[in-house]
Design a binder for this molecule. Sequence first.
Ligand code: AMP
Ligand code: GLY
Length: 411
Amino acid sequence: MNILIIGRGGREHAIACKVLQSKRVSKVFVAPGNPGMVGCEFVDINETDIDALAKFAKEKNIDLTIVGPESSLVIGIVDAFEKMGLKIFGPSKKASIIEASKQYAKELMEKHNTPTASHKTFSDYKSAKEFLDRKGVPLVIKYDGLAAGKGVVVALDIESAETALVDMFLDTKYGKGSVVIEDYLEGPEFSLMAFVDGENVYPMEIAQDHKRAYDGDLGPNTGGMGAYSPVPIISEEAIRESIEFIMKPVAKAMVDDGRSFRGILYGGLMLTKSGPMVIEFNARFGDPETEVVLPRLENDLIQVMLDIMDGVDPLLKWSDKQTLGVVLASTGYPGSYEKGFEITGLSNDSMIYHMGTSFDGDYKTNGGRVLFVVGEGDTLALAKQNAYKTVENIKCDNLFYRKDIGYQVIK
Ligand code: AMP
Ligand code: GLY
């Protein structure tokens, strides 16, 4: 089979590694891909250039296309491919609204009594500010639209809440969307991704991301600075509840709403005192969660996707190995940062996933999150040791990383 993977980050790199292991696959194309994706053929087409991607897939007889980023999904790449009779794994434009609109996701959950923080949506500064003055902090303020993981402010003091409202309504930083203000929840977070086809939900092993930029969960929210899988502080019972009371009912609610979901449904969940609750849904593989979860999948990923699309249970199998990964990010990320710094010490034999690199004879930094280094081991402590051993071999003048990934479970 010929496979096309859309995207260029660490997530797509991990998908590519898994797909390359498949016995069913002869060629793997990546559009546009990244310099770490050894063994793939690069296609110089942007993730959002749907017409060019579909034309390419038709010409090259691509048997299955796998979509990484939400930016392709929300503009309807799946609809466009299917219209041309091309096989593609991912949700339709209609279904990916579960990620694209926080308001839609909230309303769906409210209607179906899915456990999540209560919320209110505002379309102007004045009413949002009045609400804030009445309600006080802590509160969570979210820009409603895609903001690459940065449109959320957890406001523990009144000053940061006010700044967030000014940024989101009065500044041009975000755009013209509305703003959701919700109750502040507390508890450990975890990411539960599932292969979904309509009402059928096949959960993956869970992972935990580290959203804050700096050690001790300090600093601004990012796209994720590290992750590990499994997550021993989340009990089997909590995972079962999350599947039965969150993932399955939401998949069914999407079907009932005429937005049947096929692809990866990502639940960003929090284990609160009253049980698992939803922080957010995404319509795709998480990044960096995918890079720690897929290496533990023992099935052939292509077979799994074909089974899902045929309505067959893929009978997922997971290794007992523990994985833990560390993001190396450009100094300044998630704010502004410079690019083009040389990186040395990269090797091909460890799980080093490229998130934002370029290659011109040397590897250079080319994004906010640059590399994701994964270690494996029989215990999380060993996986952590292995990951940081590799991290220490990587040299670059403009990268930083968290030293405490996994701290909630590895003392
Ligand atoms: P989101 O983009 O919605 O996943 O939010 C990013 C991060 O903000 C989450 O991973 C949480 O750490 C935090 N967060 C979002 N919503 C809440 C909430 N209602 N209560 C507490 N923390 C939250
Ligand atoms: N790591 C969080 C996400 O993929 O949205």
